[in-house]
Design a protein around this ligand. Structure first.
Ligand code: GLY
Length: 459
């Protein structure tokens, strides 16, 4: 229930993106297009939050070109400190790729204005019932508590203090600060009362995080103040859409509904018919988005760093397509859908469409060839295990080395049968193989030297 009916266009992702940007532009913010998912920042694998492209402005490495900005930023949480990969599909809200709407102040406004802007947007523009909103502040932040209570008018009993949950860090190093979150109460059908601090997790949904950026965390643990107190906020687009739509999960919001319908057509299994197939379909939907956007931003499947995460995402998606009984190539078809659905707001997808399709087509072709054989080897090995036994490191390594199964994929499959992988054994097998490869390279080098010598002597 909301204070007044939600305007129809706010129930769509592009309507909500537009409304957020328009509100902050009307309040003096510069609208900056989303930065890349691949940041120029050695401390991060991917862009994990809206503030990442602005880190140099927060820490004073570069002057901010504008005092205030608003973005809808592409984000990926699939590696490093912020990693939701394993949760995707199994929960109502986790995604690897998601969009974060945010307003930023680079030494311009601070807590009072940030709280007032957020409250005005969620109550006046989104029409959310203020009686069902709660806020949390950091245990140390009496100032933010007073602002919510005395300036914004939030009743004291709906403001709670939390510790680590209300302290936000970009990564192990970088800008950080206490934060304050706005929560939506879905109502008593969804769990215990008691607010976000004590009530049910499924009942109180965080919709907006306001970070009061004040410090830079350095390697070794020391912290220095930022050149100026600043504001970084993050409001998850998909979450807010689900709240506005009065639905339980991000999977029921407009863009996911269309993507899942397409997966239903391809697989012949409709979403919502069975818990197991639902998980596979959601993983496919999420991973189709993340791989499409990652390749568009310049990632390429490989065995290292970002490319490895991308490869892992793609291979996991293909395995779930296989579980759904999809025998033909699916990733190129899903790229077409993601581009059709999200291209209007992300023109780079339209520009890079053919290339993304091609990369995923080749990756899927290669992986499908080995998937069938690898899975049957894994199934046989699992069938042979006695109760309580672990999958040997040799088998896990063979799957990795010969069949292109990322270790995590093997672990995910074995976990479904409550079996663990002998990770030490896997590492030993990997080290042995690396040693063999080094010796082989030395042999090749030695024979190349001999070859050169013979060539010189014979000349
Ligand atoms: N930077 C704020 C957030 O990601 O929640």
């Amino acid at each position: 229930m909301t204070a007044r009916p939600v305007p129809e266009d706010l129930l769509t992702a592009n309507g909500l993106r537009r409304a957020f940007v328009d509100f902050f532009v009307a309040n003096g913010h510069h609208h900056e297009a989303s930065g890349s998912l691949l940041p120029h920042d050695p401390t991060l694998l991917f862009t994990v939050a809206g503030m990442v492209p602005f880190k140099p402005y927060f820490v004073g490495e570069q002057p901010a070109p504008w005092p205030r900005a608003v973005t809808v930023q592409k984000c990926l949480r699939a590696g490093g400190k912020h990693n939701d990969l394993d949760e995707v599909g199994r929960t109502l809200r986790h995604l690897t790729f998601f969009e974060m709407m945010g307003n930023f102040s680079f030494g311009d406004y601070f807590k009072s204005e940030a709280c007032a802007f957020a409250w005005e947007f969620v109550t006046d523009h989104l029409g959310l019932d203020p009686e069902r909103l709660w806020v949390t502040v950091h245990v140390s932040d009496a100032e933010a508590e007073a602002i919510w209570r005395d300036e914004v008018g939030v009743p004291a009993e709906r403001i709670q203090r939390l510790d680590e949950d209300n302290y936000w860090r970009m990564a192990d190093t970088g800008p950080c600060g206490p934060c304050s979150e706005i929560f939506w109460d879905k109502g008593p059908d969804f769990g215990d009362d008691g607010g976000p601090a004590h009530g049910g997790d499924e009942r109180f949904i965080e919709i907006w995080n306001l970070v009061f950026m004040q410090f830079e965390q350095h390697e070794g643990g020391s912290m220095t103040p930022l050149p100026a107190p600043s504001i970084d906020t993050g409001a998850g687009l998909e979450r807010i859409l689900s709240v506005l739509g009065g639905v339980d999960s991000v999977w029921e919001t407009d863009e996911f509904t269309r993507l899942l319908a397409r997966i239903g057509e391809i697989s012949g299994v409709s979403h919502g018919s069975d818990d197991r197939t639902d998980v596979s379909q959601r993983i496919l939907a999420d991973h189709a988005r993340s791989s499409t956007f990652l390749i568009s931003d310049g990632a390429f499947p490989s065995n290292e760093d970002r490319g490895y995460v991308l490869r892992r995402i793609v291979r996991r998606a293909i395995r779930h397509a296989w579980l759904l009984g999809v025998e033909d190539q699916i990733m190129p078809q899903l790229v077409d859908s993601v581009v059709e659905i999200m291209g209007p707001d992300y023109p780079e997808l339209v520009r890079n469409h053919a290339f993304i399709r091609d990369v995923l087509d080749r990756e899927e072709l290669r992986f499908r060839e080995t998937l069938r054989v690898g899975l049957s080897i894994l199934d046989d090995a699992l069938d042979d295990l006695a109760d309580g036994e672990r999958l040997t490191g040799d088998v896990a390594f063979k799957l990795h080395d010969t069949y292109g199964f990322p270790l995590e994929l093997t672990e995910e499959i074995t976990a479904e049968r409550s079996v663990e992988v002998d990770l030490d054994g896997f590492r030993t097998a990997m080290a042995d193989q690396q040693q063999r490869a080094r010796s082989a390279r030395k042999d090749v080098a030695a024979s190349a030297v001999a070859e050169d010598l013979r060539a010189v002597l014979e000349a």
